[in-house]
Design a protein around this ligand. Sequence first.
Ligand code: DGL
Length: 272
Amino acid sequence: MADSRAIGVFDSGLGGLTVVRELIRRNPYEDIVYFGDTGRVPYGTRSRDTIKKYAAEDERFLLKHDVKLIIAACGTVSSVAADAAGCLPVPFFEMVTHAARAAVNATRNRKIGVIGTTATVISGSHKKEILKLLPEAEVSAGSCPLFVPLVESGWYGEDDIVVLETVKRYLAPIISAGCDTLILGCTHYPVLEGAIRRVTEGNITLINPGVAVSEAVSEFIKRNALENSNNGTGIHNFYVSDKPDSFKAQASVLLGEELDDSRVKQVDLSTL
Ligand code: DGL
């Protein structure tokens, strides 16, 4: 058996591309439909009800593209709106449980840091999952509200003084808590991995949820014989809810593949 339908991925903007990058690396034959809600980013400063509403609309959009599974490539949605997944007609993957497992496997001193959006940190989602797996863990969580606008503006160079200073300030409590492992709990944050690594001087193991989730998805596809049997390279189509120009430019850098106009299309939010 095989399934040639695409994998559906959504995020509030560019961040989910860190998941797509890992997904393509492990599943080069799979087609992907990506929706980035660039017209309404950020999600992480909004109320739970608004995030749930947006997530439901994003999922509906992907279902219209007949996807075989959906990945909420957004730490915020995964933290506050993953419970709605039970109503979806296709399998659903979120970012929190897989990242928590990877962090628990990586830590040696049981001190785990989590950074994410305000909504993610308030939800305590990562802490709950970590403590289920490792009750004696000490979890230090902090929100980094400036990271998403930095990434969306293309400011992520590891030599950029503004980026480095911002990272330094947000990570100070995690470093002084002695964490040996840090979950990058928002999918935008792996874009800042170079700067984060510089600030932490390589002393903290960074957990990129995109790696953990794409491994879980690959395994699921194989186990359930859902692979795309067309042997060619997968087709990747991107949809955004604001003008595509800056998304296209940043996406090409983040994915390492040129995205021309035919691959990035704008969707009218009122049709979601
Ligand atoms: N990349 C998303 C996340 O993982 C959303 C950031 C935002 O929209 O605030 O949380």
